[in-house]
Design a protein around this ligand. Structure first.
Ligand code: FES
Length: 229
């Protein structure tokens, strides 16, 4: 290894390792020989599979992050939470009304929230979890959707809730209710679906299905891309 690379001390499940500075927690785990078959997914901060709890030597305060996003720091004590046993209700979205009473009837324990804000502190996405819980209790489904939109379902809010609540599943239900019943309809989408159903794109799709890999790559690389501004 180049002498320019600084090694720092971390502790994974209590075991001491030296890892290069600048690695994410996830790449540091792999650097130390851990083969990740749980607790890893997109590696890009979207899927929420890599919830991690850590603190520091001589600093017991627990911190929370996504292993694929957070870089290692000197004297980190790390533990992965690849799965947290959180309650998830089964429901048929087609049979629900988009109102607060629906959310409460499916998740009655939600009322036990006493506003300690631990969920907000645990959220690696820095979402206002406690506030969307309060919006959910008031039946403000659009606001729950807004505040929880960037939730990656990592489960850390549920892991930390002293009442055993599962905020991320309540928010998921609200987002589903919003998407199914409350979101404004997109006329463009309706028009495009009608075009597809009328067969407008069949010839083009057939052509793509018959194209070989090189042709598909050429088409992909020469596609129109919207300017990023
Ligand atoms: S691996 Fe998907 S959020 Fe980290």
């Amino acid at each position: 290894m180049s002498e320019d690379i600084k090694l720092i001390d971390v502790y994974i499940m209590g075991k001491h390792y030296k890892v290069p500075e600048g690695l994410t927690i996830m790449t540091a785990l792999e650097y130390c020989g851990y083969r990740l078959v749980r607790g890893v997914g997109c590696r890009a901060g979207f899927c929420g599979a890599c919830a991690t709890v850590y603190n520091f030597k001589n600093d017991p305060q627990l911190r929370f992050d996504l292993a694929c996003q957070k870089t290692v720091e000197q004297d980190m004590y790390l533990a992965q939470i690849p799965f947290f046993p959180a309650a998830k209700a089964i429901y048929d979205i087609e049979k629900l009304e988009p109102v607060g009473a629906t959310v409460l009837s499916i998740y009655p324990l939600m009322e036990k929230c006493f506003g300690c804000n631990t969920c907000t502190k645990a959220c690696p996405q820095e979402l206002e979890v406690m506030w969307y819980m309060s919006d959910a209790l008031r039946g403000d489904i659009p606001e729950v959707m807004n505040k929880s939109f960037d939730c990656v379902m990592c489960g850390l809010c549920a892991a930390r809730c002293p009442q055993g609540l599962v905020p991320y599943n309540y928010a998921l239900l609200c987002r589903r209710l919003y998407g199914r019943y409350l979101a404004p309809r997109s006329k463009h989408l309706d028009d495009r679906i009608k075009e597809i159903e009328a067969g407008k794109y069949n010839a083009e799709i057939d052509k793509l299905k018959k194209a070989d890999k090189n042709e598909l790559q050429r088409l992909y690389q020469s596609r129109d891309i919207e300017a990023a501004y």
